[in-house]
Ligand binder design. Structure first.
Ligand code: FES
Length: 111
C-alpha cells in the first residue's frame, strides 16, 4: 500500500489515503474528491490531471515519457516537479507519495 498525501493548491488542506500497487494516481485522487478533472481519461490529451510531486518522491518515480513532457508544456503553473496524474501508477516499493494541486485548480468540495 502507498500512503498518498494530497495537498491543496494553497497548502491549507491535506488529505491522506492508502492505495494499492497498480492504482493510478488520477483515479485515487478522483475517488477522494480531489479537484483533478482528467478530462481525457489518461490519453495524455488534456493536462487537467496536472499535479506537483514532492521533490523527493519525484525522483523515485519513473521518468515522464516524451508525450507526457509535451503535454505538461501546455499546462499552466508547471514546475520542475510537475507530472500528469494519469501517468503515475503506484508500486509496492513506493511507500508514500505526496502531491500538491497546482495553483488555479478549484477544490470541487469547496473546502
Ligand atoms: Fe488527460 Fe491526464 S487525464 S492528460
Amino acid at each position: 500500500m502507498t500512503l498518498v498525501r494530497f495537498i491543496s493548491a494553497d497548502g491549507d488542506d491535506e488529505m491522506e489515503v492508502r492505495a494499492p500497487p497498480g492504482a493510478r494516481l488520477l483515479d485515487v485522487a478522483q475517488e477522494v474528491g480531489q479537484p483533478l478533472e482528467g478530462t481525457c481519461e489518461g490519453q495524455m490529451a488534456c493536462s487537467t490531471c496536472h499535479v506537483i510531486v514532492d521533490a523527493a518522491d519525484f525522483a523515485r518515480l519513473p521518468r515522464a515519457s516524451e508525450e507526457e513532457e509535451d503535454m505538461l508544456d501546455l499546462a499552466s503553473h508547471v514546475t520542475r516537479h510537475s507530472r500528469l496524474a494519469c501517468q503515475i501508477f503506484l508500486t509496492e516499493a513506493l511507500e508514500s507519495l505526496t502531491v500538491r494541486m497546482p495553483a488555479g485548480v478549484r477544490n470541487m468540495q469547496g473546502r
